[in-house]
Design a protein around this ligand. Structure first.
Ligand SMILES: NC(=O)c1ccc[n+]([C@@H]2O[C@H](COP(=O)([O-])OP(=O)(O)OC[C@H]3O[C@@H](n4cnc5c(N)ncnc54)[C@H](OP(=O)(O)O)[C@@H]3O)[C@@H](O)[C@H]2O)c1
Length: 321
């Protein structure tokens, strides 16, 4: 099969398409023909070496496709089923092995491109709203990168729960998308974000700040959050936040800061199913409009990474084998 190989840490150029042997499913594993593989920011962290990984490896953490083989002891799934998965390595390939413990049935009406590139972000948006923090109807939240993959889903879901959303974005086109997703106010990174947020919240600040941008926004996140509020630092698109003096949380309003990761919120099968059912259900009910922002042929994975890292993408990004 064709697959993308990472042979050393580095820039997008190291993502090369190669021929490798088809994998074989082991016990409780499915062999899946990948219809679409999601391109997530975390893939760039592993590729660059920011997060630990051991080359050579096939990148990619999520995808969707058709079951074309089953290993020993598989129950509950069969040939021809359409499944999606997240938090499983090796999706940038024509064929992937997916443990049944991570496989989820894709409802009719949800295309592979959507399931394969938005499930991880959908599960993330769900645990950010129902796990890392719990904003309530009537609360206001601040969300950086409002037109990104996580950003568009989280905005729509929060608004559907009566939460008012303030976002940040870098361009007019992204502002338009963020507003269409339901953001009440859209700021730019070069605004005085804390001052603007205080203005928009009668001086209080927001109940929760969701920060997936990291280094360049973290100080503004702290300064925009209300007394006893929570800052959820869930990513590092601009780079990791440098070491932080916890004493600052005292003066900033007895804030809580958490640095979560999806794996800890879907570790149990029941929790994974709950979050995935709510995600697919919200698409079916029209609560979430999840369209794929851009697709690339599998062989052009390097271009997909370049686009993501240069802020040229909106919404989710899919590779099509
Ligand atoms: N912890 C978890 O469980 C978890 C799970 C999934 C994703 N994440 C994190 O969530 C964040 C969003 O993920 P995503 O895949 O949906 O990506 P994304 O939001 O579609 O893309 C990242 C966005 O960050 C913004 N950004 C700001 N400064 C940037 C910079 N210096 N370089 C690049 N981008 C910059 C850009 O939007 P603007 O141009 O509008 O600024 C860019 O489009 C990422 O940090 C990712 O690592 C965390």
């Amino acid at each position: 099969m064709r697959a993308i190989h990472v042979t050393a840490h580095g820039g997008p150029d190291i993502l090369a398409a190669v021929d490798v042997a088809d994998p074989a499913p082991g016990p409780d594993e499915l062999l899946v023909r990948v219809g679409a593989a999601g391109v997530n920011f975390v893939d760039t962290y592993f590729r660059s070496g920011l997060y630990p990984s051991t080359p050579p490896y096939i990148p990619g953490a999520e995808g969707a496709g058709e079951v074309i083989g089953v290993g020993p002891d598989v129950t509950g799934f069969g040939l021809g089923d359409r499944v999606a998965w997240s938090d499983v390595p090796g999706s940038y390939a024509e064929v992937a092995v997916v443990p049944t413990s991570r496989a989820l049935r894709v409802p009719d009406g949800v295309a592979d491109e959507v399931a394969g590139s938005a499930l991880l972000r959908g599960l993330t948006a769900h645990y950010l709203l129902d796990g890392s923090a719990h904003p309530q109807s009537g609360d206001t939240i601040l969300l950086h990168a409002g037109a990104g993959g996580v950003g568009l889903i989280l905005t729509q879901w929060a608004v559907s729960r009566g939460v008012s959303v303030i976002t940040t974005v870098s361009s007019d086109a992204k502002e338009e998308l963020s507003r269409a997703a339901g953001a009440a106010h859209v700021l730019r990174y070069d605004d005085d974000i804390p001052a603007r947020v205080r203005e928009l919240t009668d001086g209080h600040g927001v109940a929760v700040t969701y920060d997936g941008v990291g280094k360049s926004t973290f100080d503004a996140s702290i300064a925009s959050t209300a007394i006893r509020g929570t800052v959820v630092l869930f990513g590092a698109a601009s780079g990791p936040v440098p070491p932080f003096d916890l004493q600052r949380l005292n003066g900033a309003g007895s804030l809580s800061v958490t640095r979560p990761t999806l794996a800890h919120f879907i570790a149990e099968r029941s929790e994974l199913e709950w979050r995935a059912d709510e995600f697919f259900g919200a698409i079916a009910d029209g609560v979430l409009d999840v369209s794929v922002g851009q697709t690339f042929p599998l062989a052009d994975a390097a271009d997909a990474h370049r686009a993501l890292e240069s802020r040229a993408t909106t919404g989710a990004t899919a590779l099509i084998p």
